[in-house]
Design a protein around this ligand. Structure first.
Ligand SMILES: *Cc1c(COP(=O)(O)O)cnc(C)c1O
Length: 404
């Protein structure tokens, strides 16, 4: 087997680690005294977990969240034992032993998950750390009000059964500890809506009940004063006055993108972390009447010049933005014409445009070009999806920040 030196990919996502760490500091300030939890699920929202998580860890951040257990284990191997890692999405047959062994904290959304986590703790001999996840209105994962009652019953029974702990009996084995409580907002990006306050109220009432259950168990299930209580996401962190709870799980805003419609990251003190670039690899003069790309959905009205740019839906660019999107070359915006193909797109730079040369950098989105939010608008989606769906073909490279 020969090994090759693989050249750089044609489409690159430059990751500005300085912007990332500045954003974390700005957000932490805003949240204080609540703490920042950095959400790095889905390959750090497409930015590349290998770059993002170590950069945040080096800057001193210790609390990280992902959705799934495979993501959590990957993160543990990247960051080592000092990082606090929380995951909340797994199925009824997902093996929890490895997560417990790796000291991953788990969100608990069903009573069955409590059973399974306690078993995993016994089997592995490692204390399992759990956050009760409560559905306060989103209707997604989390304990429903009725399941919460059963979870409290489960905890009371469990505390009685594990009464032998105080004797220091080693056979009692490792157990489950409730270290946190969490929920998730549905409409915090629309501050005028009343549901967010309603969710907060349900959450704080559940918090009171959980405290009482823990206090009645005399520390056998965890300390009520040490509970890590978190409900806010990026929109919650940016729109609510004081952040509710002891921490907030912030994803999108960390990457310098706004979760609010028409929200300007700069007005929030945030800088986009990703700059997605490609280059001009061909130029051709096109006569009026000539078409562009599959389906010939665009026809040149006048003589013009096309620039060919690598980057298509195989890289994660949305085909829905065909004939709508723009890119920037040498600081000027030009339209994408015709359908965005799997690997490439056509840019109409205008007849006789000698400003653009083969090899020129093309900013698809990010500083110096359109925003991920604009691409979201062009593709009838949101900036979250634009960055997260970038494919493995795109190189993620660290770009030492210059504030651009
Ligand atoms: C994705 C996610 C977050 C982060 O949301 P942002 O809007 O990106 O800040 C927080 N909590 C949960 C449960 C999530 O699924």
């Amino acid at each position: 087997m020969t090994s090759f030196d693989i050249p750089e990919a044609l489409v690159r996502a430059e990751i500005d680690e300085a912007a990332l760490c500045d954003n974390a500091a700005v957000l932490a300030d805003r949240l204080s005294p609540a703490r920042l939890k950095c959400v790095v699920k889905a390959n750090a929202y497409g930015h590349g977990i290998d770059l993002v998580a170590p950069a945040l860890f080096s800057a001193g951040w210790r609390e990280f969240c992902v959705a799934t257990i495979p993501e959590a284990l990957r993160l543990r191997s990247l960051l080592g034992p000092e990082a606090q890692i929380l995951a909340w999405l797994y199925g009824p047959t997902t093996d929890l032993d490895e997560a417990v062994r790796a000291d991953i904290e788990l969100g608990i959304s069903t009573v069955g998950a409590l059973d399974r986590l306690a078993e995993a703790a016994r089997r592995t001999g490692v204390t399992a750390r759990a956050h009760l996840k409560i559905d306060t209105g989103l209707g997604r994962n989390g304990l429903s009000p009725e399941a919460l009652v059963r979870a409290f019953d489960w905890l009371r029974r469990h505390a009685e059964d594990s009464h032998t702990d105080d004797s220091g009996n080693p056979e009692a084995g490792a157990d489950i500890r409730i270290v946190g409580m969490m929920s998730h907002f549905a409409v915090a990006d629309e501050p005028e809506r009343p549901e967010t306050a309603a969710q907060s109220a349900v959450f704080s009432s559940a918090h009171g009940q959980l405290r009482a259950v823990l206090d009645a168990a005399d520390g056998r299930l965890g300390e009520s004063d040490d509970l890590d209580v978190h409900i806010a996401n990026s929109p919650g962190a940016l729109t609510l006055g004081p952040c509710p709870g002891t921490s907030a799980r912030v994803g999108l805003a960390l990457y310098g993108l706004s979760p609010l419609e028409d929200g300007d990251p700069a007005a929030l003190g945030l800088r986009p972390v990703m700059r997605l670039t490609s280059s001009v690899i061909n130029l051709k003069d096109i006569p009026a009447g000539h078409g562009a790309s599959y389906g010939l959905t665009f026809t040149a009205a006048t003589d013009t010049r096309f620039a060919l740019v690598p980057g298509g839906y195989g890289d994660g660019l949305p085909r829905a933005a065909s004939n709508r999107a723009e890119v920037a070359i040498r600081g000027r915006r030009y339209p994408v014409v015709g359908r965005i193909a799997m690997d490439q797109m056509i840019i109409d730079i205008g007849a006789g445009n000698d400003e653009v040369a083969i090899g020129d950098e093309v900013v698809i989105f990010g500083p110096g070009g359109p925003s991920a939010a604009e691409w979201g608008t062009w593709a009838n989606t949101i900036n979250y999806e634009i960055v997260t769906q970038l494919s493995a073909r795109v190189d993620r490279v660290a770009r030492k920040g210059d504030g651009r």
